[in-house]
Design a protein around this ligand. Structure first.
Ligand code: PAF
Length: 302
């Protein structure tokens, strides 16, 4: 596998594939690749003829300098892992290649970026993400770009961006890959000490507590969020947010009436983690509601 650092080199490396009109897949990452990224690369390998992985720790999306400074960087391991998972090309540009002197443009998605992560990390976070994702898409011009469901809001924002700017790329979202205890794979997990690591499972447990309650027919957002908060509390974790929102608009929901996104962000020590799950009203409770409605109708008709 080849590593390229300049946009011109990337374009030259992709030119033959583009001439032959074969499908190019892009997996944008910030490196420190884990099984979650490798699942994206494998999916790209299945669907595309040529797979590019970008590794760029994007300073523009970090709202805390210390987070940027200690973000794990392991480019040579990343290259080996990406190659083993089926990538042909690693694009690892230096900061000056992405943000040269005089760089003065930002791409911003409005509204959906104010909620959840945007509300906690500030508007600059998603402006940094959308600017760099637009740049990476323009640099590589892939047919398909791959993102993980763990960053649920990011996937909603990127889809919006691609639709609004008519970018000729398909966005594929792949399921979250988890450790054996449920912790969502994340490059930041490497920063957890053993005690923090054992408490980090609280995010998944909290999602599962809410899922269990929903499966027993609970519809109230407050009750579902409360179940998640109690679980987090039992691990001594005070979250940045736990929210039940519409999975497309990210507007808060009062009731679980259809597909809903339950999203959590929490600091375990000084490591900030996010996770989410999709909740749906259970068929059992849906059918028992229908049965109740049917009963009411039957009573009225009697
Ligand atoms: O999800 C990430 O790793 C980053 O936000 C992305 C999409 C690579 C942009 O820097």
């Amino acid at each position: 596998m080849r590593t390229v650092r300049a946009v011109a080199e990337l374009r030259a490396a992709l030119a033959p594939a583009r001439r032959e009109r074969v499908a190019i897949g892009l997996v944008p990452t910030m490196g420190a690749l884990h099984e979650g990224h490798l699942a994206l690369i494998r999916r790209a390998r299945e669907q595309c003829d040529l797979v590019v992985v970008s590794v760029f720790v994007n300073p523009a999306q970090f709202n805390e300098r210390s987070d940027l400074e200690r973000y794990p960087r392991r480019e040579s391991d990343d290259a080996a892992l990406a190659a083993a998972a089926g990538a042909e090309l690693l694009f690892a540009p230096p900061v000056e290649e992405v943000y040269p002197a005089g760089f003065a443009t930002a791409v911003e998605v409005i509204g959906i970026t104010d909620r959840l992560e945007g509300a906690t990390r500030g508007s600059g976070h998603f402006r940094g993400v959308t600017t760099v994702v637009t740049k990476l898409l323009c640099m590589a011009m892939p047919d398909i770009a791959y993102f993980g469901q763990k960053d649920a809001q990011q996937t909603v924002v990127v889809r919006r961006l691609v639709q609004d700017l008519n970018l000729p790329v398909r966005i594929e979202v792949c399921p979250t890959v988890r450790e054996a205890d449920g912790l969502a794979m994340s490059s930041r997990n490497a920063l957890l000490d053993p005690d923090q690591r054992s408490r980090a499972r609280s995010l998944f447990d909290a999602l599962e507590a809410a899922r269990g309650l929903a499966a027993r027919g609970e519809r109230s957002s407050e009750a579902l969020v409360d179940a998640a908060l109690q679980t987090l509390g039992s691990f001594g974790v005070d979250p940045d947010y736990v929210a039940l929102v519409d999975p497309e608009t990210l507007e808060p929901l009062e009731q679980l009436a259809g597909r809903a996104l339950l999203a959590i962000a929490a600091r375990i020590g000084d490591v900030r983690l996010i996770d989410n799950t999709i909740l749906e009203p259970t068929p059992a409770s849906t059918s028992s509601q229908k049965a109740l409605q049917g009963e009411a109708i039957a009573t009225c008709n009697a």
